[in-house]
Design a binder for this molecule. Sequence first.
Ligand code: HEC
Length: 142
Amino acid sequence: MMVRTAPWLLGIACVMTATAVAGQPPVESAATVPQLHETMIVPASEVIFNVGREEPTNSEQWTAISRAGVTLVEAGKLLMRASPPKDRSTWVALCQQLATAGAAARKAADARNLDAVLQASDRLVLVCETCHARYRNQGLQP
Ligand code: HEC
């Protein structure tokens, strides 16, 4: 196993070194705040917000909600690492709340608990709005 993975790891190491040499940012900070919104936050939150308009009726729909929750958990973690705005501690706390709301949605969907999904959805809206009021509309965005 070690022998098999070693060349693969070496390849990654070479890419990282080459990237560093070229003066590019490291892989961890590749996604910008708008990119994280476009790829993860907006599509995943739409799936969850949609529950308020249309009740899930089959297991595919519940699974989609659960997966959207997982996506938001990960989006929260990635957003935390996006280039730090001026007051970083509040940013991190809001990113954590995004992840928490995503985890609540996932748990609720896995339990097929509609009320709990709706609660997670309300919590999510609040996190989006709180962060936007502070960072997007105040010129503090990273
Ligand atoms: C931790 C802070 C934070 C959270 C949480 C957050 N956003 Fe944002 N959002 C931003 C910032 C900052 C911008 C402005 C980005 C820019 O233009 O550089 C933004 C921009 C947007 C945009 C504009 C389009 C775009 O792609 O940039 C949309 C739409 C949006 N957010 C939706 C949401 C929704 C829906 C949620 C909740 C599910 C959410 N955001 C959660 C910080 C946040």
